[in-house]
Design a protein around this ligand. Structure first.
Ligand code: ADP
Length: 585
């Protein structure tokens, strides 16, 4: 009996082992497999080639991710092939794109019918080797718009330049912005016979920031705005559209629009221009501390690359162009407790105020740190700035609340609109427009992937009637109809009796109609390092810190309490160039 039992056990064990053994020799059938995921711009479709249990290739068949951030797809696929693994880390700064791509790859692999453990992973290739020390005439911290502009300027003055960028992709907030540039007396204004002047721009910037900005710095911004735009157009070869946008708080339409209305055009062209000067950008390199000599002059900066400390010494100086602190909840709350974690942020994940902290440590004066701006019409889910909402800046939409009523002038300053939205039911606003506004503003074409994503995520509705559109979001439809009738009357009379909306009013005539829900998100930090008109960093006692320059969002005291739309690109260009010049001397 015992013998029979042991025989049965032996057989069971053998069968069991055989089953296990079978599992161990499982292989993925050679072939190509397609998979789908959803990124920022909708569907991402990939095709994966597997042979000998090895990822041979991954092709992206369809994607509509933001230009500039789509390089994340290549980076991920290279790493998956190199490591023979579908589990790789997302690319910092392109999280949604990375997640969509990884989903697509996982979906493709699932079709092999085997577990991913059949892929024997290989070690990740070592990152590019770096020296422990580098020296250049000028070291620039940050490869956003200000940093690249400063670097090109210094390099064109014959200086050797190295740009440090902590993220794997250059561009910062500039890349993900709309890239619009406020310039008085610009070429599109000339075409359209629109009168403008540096003085009027100066006044708008000062007034827009409640006269809190440093008038000397604003004077430079206004007087050099057009020159900066011409430099971008003619030297950097940036392409601009032939129309402008009307950003809140400006007295006239003066904001130039780059190709496709995204900051990609600027970052892409600046990067190409910098390449011409043979100045390197050291990516994944985070500047951590400024180096002072015995006289307090800044002579370099230490940085961390791949867990190693690298010393960068500068013969002429260091330019801080590391952007604002809109992504740092800690800094936001420290300087303005109302801008707490309840707010989402439109910012790049690199905007954590590093340059401000480094400069503060060497005695730099900080100004206006409490002034933090929310952008009024952002994605209620992610906080991303919604470019489809630019129909408002074309003067062709109104903002209503759940009760179907307007509550603010749609072309008011961002802070005024944001504060007004927060007071409304649910802390959101509903942007309403009609088909002719859609056609004229072209926002659905220019920002097609965003538009499709918004529709898919039910953040935007297109409906044949006003009632239907209102019902989609539970807005009071009778009130909304009344609001539109009133607005149409104001358009006929040429005067908005409720909110005195600036610009030319155009009535809403025929459907389809559109309503988009949005809410404010942290967008820009006005405060930062104090500079003089030569972009030299100023000490707490008002003297200059030798060898230290700053430009861009990292600087404070230009936009005062509130930055007007499209003034940031002007600022980073004008002061980026000045910082580059000053550091070349
Ligand atoms: P600006 O508009 O002023 O040019 P951006 O946000 O466009 O500002 O660019 C700032 C850049 O600086 C971003 O690409 C960001 O990742 C980078 N950056 C921020 N902190 C550091 C740091 N400590 N070291 C290197 N780069 C940094």
């Amino acid at each position: 009996m015992r013998k029979i039992l042991s025989l049965v056990m032996a057989i069971t064990l053998t069968v069991g082992l055989a089953a296990c053994g079978e599992k161990a020799v499982t292989t993925a059938p050679d072939g190509t497999y397609q998979g789908t995921g959803v990124g920022k711009g909708g569907e991402i479709i990939v095709e994966m080639e597997i042979s000998d249990n090895t990822i041979k290739d991954i092709q992206v068949l369809k994607q509509d991710e933001s230009e500039g951030l789509d390089v994340a797809l290549d980076m991920l696929s290279e790493e998956m092939i190199a490591t023979n693994s579908i589990d790789v880390d997302s690319i910092s700064g392109a999280t949604i794109t990375s997640a969509g791509f990884k989903l697509a790859v996982r979906d493709a692999f699932k079709k092999t019918g085997v577990d991913k453990s059949v892929l024997v992973s290989k070690e990740k290739p070592a990152p590019e080797k770096r020296e422990a020390k580098y020296n250049a005439d000028v070291i620039v911290i940050g490869a956003g718009g200000a940093g690249l502009t400063a670097a090109i300027t210094a390099a064109e003055n014959g200086k050797s330049v190295i740009v440090l960028e902590k993220m794997p992709i250059a561009g910062g907030n500039t890349l993900i912005s709309g890239g619009e540039y406020a310039a008085p007396e610009n070429w599109v204004q000339e075409e359209e016979n629109l009168e403008d002047s540096n003085d009027l721009f100066f006044e708008d910037v000062m007034k827009g920031g409640d006269n809190e900005g440093d008038a000397d710095l604003v004077r430079v911004l206004a007087d050099k705005a057009l020159e900066g735009a011409l430099w971008l157009r003619d030297d950097v070869e940036m392409v601009f559209e032939d129309y402008m946008l009307f950003f809140g708080g400006h007295s006239v339409m003066r904001s130039l629009v780059p190709k496709n209305a995204t900051g990609y055009e600027m970052i892409h062209k600046l990067t190409l221009k910098l390449e011409e000067t043979n100045s390197p950008i050291h990516l994944n390199t985070e500047a951590t501390e400024l180096i002072e000599d015995e006289n307090g002059k800044i002579v370099g900066v230490t940085a961390v690359y791949n867990d190693e400390i690298i010393t960068y010494t500068a013969n002429n100086g260091v330019i801080i162009a590391s952007g604002g602190f809109g992504y740092s909840k800690e800094m936001r709350e420290k300087y303005n407790p109302t801008m707490n974690e309840g707010y989402l942020s439109t910012n790049s994940v690199g905007s954590t105020g590093d340059g401000i902290l480094m400069a503060e440590k060497v005695g730099a004066k900080l100004e206006d740190m409490q002034y933090i701006q929310a952008y009024p019409t952002c994605d209620t889910q992610s906080g991303a700035l919604l470019y489809v909402g630019d129909v408002r800046l074309a003067g062709r939409s109104i903002l209503v609340n759940k009760e179907g009523k307007r509550f603010v002038e749609e072309l008011e300053r961002r802070d005024v609109i944001s504060n007004a939205v927060i007071e409304q039911t649910g802390g959101v606003s509903y942007m309403f427009w009609d088909e002719s506004a859609m056609v004229d503003s072209k926002v659905a074409v220019k920002h097609a992937s965003e538009y499709n994503g918004l529709i898919a995520r039910k953040q935007l509705v297109k409906a044949d009637t006003i009632e239907e559109a209102a019902e989609f979001f539970g807005i009071d439809k009778e009130e909304l109809k009344k609001t539109i009738e009133n607005y149409n009357q104001y358009a006929k009379d040429g005067k908005d009796l409720e909110f005195n909306k600036r610009g030319t009013l155009v009535s809403f005539e025929e459907g389809p109609y559109y309503i988009m829900v949005s809410k404010p998100a942290i967008h820009h930090t006005m405060g930062g390092i104090k500079i003089n008109t030569s972009a030299q960093v100023v000490n707490e006692d008002g003297s200059i810190i030798e060898g230290l320059f700053a430009a861009g969002e990292v600087v404070g005291d230009i936009h005062g309490s509130n930055r007007l739309g499209s003034d940031a690109i002007t600022d980073i260009t004008v002061f980026g160039r000045i910082a580059g010049e000053s550091a070349s001397k």
